[in-house]
Design a protein around this ligand. Structure first.
Ligand SMILES: [Zn+2]
Length: 412
């Protein structure tokens, strides 16, 4: 995960560097200084540096590019990439120094100026200097109003500080620039509106929050949390049929997220005195998606709560082959078996089914490409790397509640 992110960041630095390299090339040509450019291409250090960069070998890239920069001190792009690499290595002070020195050059074009400011903004953001980062990105936009990098970074800075309305404003600007070419714009606008609504909801203004959640759904019908939140507002207002209605709209719009509404729907159907409405909903979902296990588990819980343990057990065994690693299903199986006084025949059925269904009895995972296998392998069949397998150890959920929840690998 970290290495992937790191590689992306470095490639981003490379792309910014190359974009400016292009601008620099035009600039040099305009001034008829071809020779400088060709001499630069004759030094091997520049290409070596870029190759190391693509290969994620930051230290070697820095070394080669430092060589290249000493042969061609005028080359803006090399200095800029070097600065970005210092930032990636966590040496923010050094990257700020490099980029600030570039800003002082008297012959910068407007585009070059904008790109160096952008790098400086990234340095400040990385170092946690929020105000200076905001200022740098605003300046970039004055020079280059359509700069997507600057807008995205501004949006993220506002998001970091939970300034959702400001973040939304920036994202709307981006969406106007993209003019429908990027499908994720609407999705992000939906999520940002949902955050604004959540803040209004926490502030106790349910009616205003409800309108904002509805706007979030209008912006993008895939904004799952907005349906959940809008239903919560309706439930709190005492309008239970409206809550059911909006949650069932979620199930139609985003069937893969239907389960997020299960607890809510079961509670509200019960409060209305029609718990069978929930069972019927689960059955509709099972019919619609025969491979789905969540609706089967929800229905099993519902049946168990009504004392229908045998029916619940059948549902669970239907669910298990579709998600044999699901601890939630196994737990529910044992709860149900306990309620049925550990009927030996039922336990036999469960054991036989798991023997056929469980895919990885002892999961091992490739640290490089995340390929999974039951055995410990010496060479990964997917990425062909040697000795990358580790036992996959899941950290208990409570310990990871505040972190990413990724599996942790046992370095045994
Ligand atoms: Zn692998």
């Amino acid at each position: 995960m970290t290495t992937q992110f790191h590689l992306l960041a470095v490639l981003g630095a490379l792309l910014v560097g190359l974009a400016v390299g292009k601008a620099w090339e035009r600039y040099k040509l305009r001034n008829g200084r071809w020779i400088d450019r060709r001499r630069l291409r004759e030094t091997p250090h520049y290409m070596l540096g870029l190759n190391f960069l693509v290969d994620s070998q930051v230290d070697q890239a820095v070394e080669e590019l430092t060589h290249a920069a000493s042969t061609e001190p005028e080359a803006l792009e090399i200095q800029m990439i070097l600065g970005n690499l210092y930032r990636e290595k966590g040496q923010v002070g050094r990257s700020v120094t490099v980029h600030q020195a570039l800003l002082k050059r008297p012959d910068l074009t407007e585009l070059e100026h904008a790109y160096v400011l952008l790098c400086l903004g990234l340095d400040f953001r990385h170092g946690g200097f929020v105000d200076r980062a905001l200022e740098a990105f605003q300046e970039v936009l004055q020079l280059d109003p359509l700069n997507r990098y600057a807008l995205i970074n501004l949006q993220k800075l506002h998001e970091d500080q939970h300034q959702w309305a400001e973040a939304l404003e920036v994202r709307e600007r981006l969406a106007r620039i993209d003019a429908g070419r990027r499908p994720d714009d609407q999705q992000i606008l939906g999520f940002l509106r949902n955050e604004i609504g959540s803040a209004q909801q926490r502030g106790g203004d349910g009616a205003v929050a409800a309108r904002t959640f509805a706007e979030a759904i209008d912006a993008d019908a895939r904004t799952t949390p907005a349906y959940l939140n809008l239903g919560d507002v309706r439930e709190k207002e005492g309008n239970l049929p409206a809550a059911i209605d909006i949650w069932e709209q979620l199930i139609d719009a985003m069937p893969e997220h239907a389960y997020l509404a299960f607890e809510r729907l079961e509670r509200v159907y019960r409060a209305l005195g029609t718990p069978s409405g929930f069972a019927a909903l689960c059955q509709r979902l099972i019919d619609r998606d025969p491979l789905g296990w969540r609706a089967r588990l929800a229905l099993a819980r519902h049946l168990s709560a009504a004392g229908q343990h045998r029916e619940a057990f059948d549902r669970l065994l239907d669910a298990l082959p579709h998600h044999p690693h699901g601890l939630a299903i196994h737990q529910q199986v044992w709860e149900t078996l306990a309620s049925l006084d550990f009927d030996t025949q039922l336990i036999r059925r469960y054991v036989d089914l798991t023997r056929e269904a469980v895919f990885y009895l002892d999961p091992h995972i490739c640290r490089r490409c995340r390929y999974r296998s039951t055995e410990l392998l010496w060479q990964c069949p997917q990425c062909r790397e040697w000795n990358t397998f580790a036992h996959e150890r899941m950290v208990p959920a409570k310990e990871t509640a505040t972190t990413s929840g990724d599996p942790v690998m046992d370095p045994e």
